[in-house]
Design a protein around this ligand. Structure first.
Ligand code: ZN
Length: 146
């Protein structure tokens, strides 16, 4: 089990990220509303507009997905379960949680599931980045500080 200090630290990281994502999706929403108002129907190609819209929706989905994960982690944190692997019940290290606050798997289970993903997925497939949301090494990593 995590110490109260470690729990507070993880909570802080999760809540900061929650705020950041909420702000981001708010901005995206404002943007599309202004966009509707400012650009006349005739001045923009309809398919282009659809493309912009679907890109925004994808971003929005990603934020919603991450916000859902964060909400779930806060529940796990309150239940003193955040450092318990969902798959095997082993302990997830504090260091791993701090680096990947939305992870629910220990490193062994994560590596196992990544191997399985690699075996079934084609490289470069459009949905591949999405499948690894919140667990990736690059863009989905939640920074400890901002
Ligand atoms: Zn595990």
């Amino acid at each position: 089990m995590l110490s109260p200090k470690e729990k507070a630290q993880i909570r802080n990281v999760l809540e900061e990220e929650q705020k950041r994502l909420a702000r981001k999706s708010e901005n995206a929403l404002n943007y599309s509303m202004n966009h509707e108002r400012n650009i006349g129907r005739d001045s923009i190609d309809e398919s282009m507009e659809e493309e912009i819209f679907s890109t925004e929706m994808r971003l929005h989905d990603r934020e919603k997905f991450l916000l859902g994960k964060i909400a779930k982690q806060l529940v796990r944190l309150d239940a003193d379960e955040i450092d318990v692997c969902e798959d095997c019940g082993e302990k997830i290290s504090f260091r791993r949680l701090l680096a990947r606050p939305v992870t629910t798997l220990c490193i062994d289970c994560k590596e196992q599931s990544e191997r399985e993903e690699q075996a079934t997925e084609q490289p470069g497939r459009a949905g591949a980045a999405f499948a690894d949301l919140g667990e990736g090494d690059t863009e989905t990593k939640i920074p400890a500080e901002e």
